[in-house]
Write a protein that binds this ligand. Sequence first.
Ligand code: BES
Ligand code: ZN
Ligand code: ZN
Length: 482
Amino acid sequence: MLKITTDDLALFETGMLVIPVCEDGNLSRSPVVGSLIDKARQFREFKGCAGDELMLYSPEGVSASRVLFMGLGKKEKIDAESFRAAAGKAVKRAIKAKQPDVLLCGHGKKEHVLAMMEGALLGNHIFDLYKQDKKDKPVEALVFHVEKARQDAFEKAAPAVETGCRGTILARDWVSAPPNDKRPDMFARSIVKAADRENLTIVDIDERNIRKNKMYALLAVGSGSDTKPRMIVIDYRPDRYEKTVVLVGKGVTFDSGGINLKPSSGLADMKQDMAGAAVVAATLITASRLELGHRIIGVLPLVENMPSGNAYRPGDVIRTASGKTVEIGNTDAEGRMIMADAISYAVKQYAPDILIDVATLTGACKMALGNHIAGVFSFDSRLAGQLVASGEKTHERCWAMPMPEDYRDMLKSDIADIRNVGKSRWGGAITAALFLSEFVKDINWAHIDIAGPAFSGKGSAYCPAGGTGFGVRLLMDWLGRL
Ligand code: BES
Ligand code: ZN
Ligand code: ZN
């Protein structure tokens, strides 16, 4: 889908040529581009400011039947995300204009051109599996025009960008899938099917084995559903590797809240509650395709949280796989229950160098950081800093949150070792993270709460409404630098 060309821009036949433009100065040295931009600036509505867009039809000097100018703003303020977003928006316009191919002008810094490639690939994703009338079609060829001297470099770099974006799109599709089509057994099958094609070992742990492993917290959360919980383990083990990393992903295929039933507004969006598992599975598949140099193990507890005569209750005391007992204050705080058992299993089986868990864990984190930023919780400020840095690079932004020891008091129970919710609702993202920390033992650990950015109600520059795949590019960047 992604192609590189150095052919003459003026003679290149395409339905749409896309040119990024800044407000002050030039991004390209090409005289052809220069004179097109001069022409665009003659229109008073286009200055190259961030958000400015101008389409010219069959302008002189090029064979392209359309030229789309994308304003990025002031040169000193432009970053990789400006290019990513502009390319995403441009490709969306190409889809609307029914163009089978687009030629994008990739004449800037290498990092910026790679970001444009990401934006174009991700912006070309359409989730229409459930539509009979698939009126929008993705662009078939995203062609990047680059300078001759950099052709080799881009031809080498492009496949990895494409593989990374495929991973993000895989995670998006899982998250966007309706909950009746991804109940734990179905989601497990879908993950196994996707991972089977790769160089990965899969362990499928069914209800009997979950019980054998004493994961009673996972069983308790699943007890209200007719579809029993599952746990999938995906192991990527290259011949030679340095570190062992475990990634644990929350896989609640639908979170009704259970007996503490959620209010009906927004309930349908709770199909997103398996985004952590989707992101981890997609990251493992991507890591294997790109042959990363670490052993990476994905641990995915999959369960549906439903109210029923068999459901677990507020007031219940559940023995977790670690042996710790938990008093249930709220059945809607189910994510931390299944994560506790999955983390205990991972620590015992693999004793990893680093464990990272990814979960749509708390509404409180979404309240604190909004729809576009994940919370990172870790006792290791270096690890948290690395994740924040990868977030900057990929624009899957993370913010390091505090882990105050004294807040642990809020999780005290009169009758069990711990409660699954804090006594007060304030600081809910922190008490959830502190709850998880009870199960990681002495392993170097970080928790990423993606309740805010996992799902987008209305879509963005390079993402349709639905699952965002937030976390795949973040984790891939972090793993690549480890
Ligand atoms: N799955 C939710 C958290 C969530 C909220 C994810 C919004 C995505 C978007 C989680 O299981 C939950 O319900 N948490 C409760 C915890 C509370 C009962 C302590 C919450 O955040 O309200
Ligand atoms: Zn819940
Ligand atoms: Zn949940």
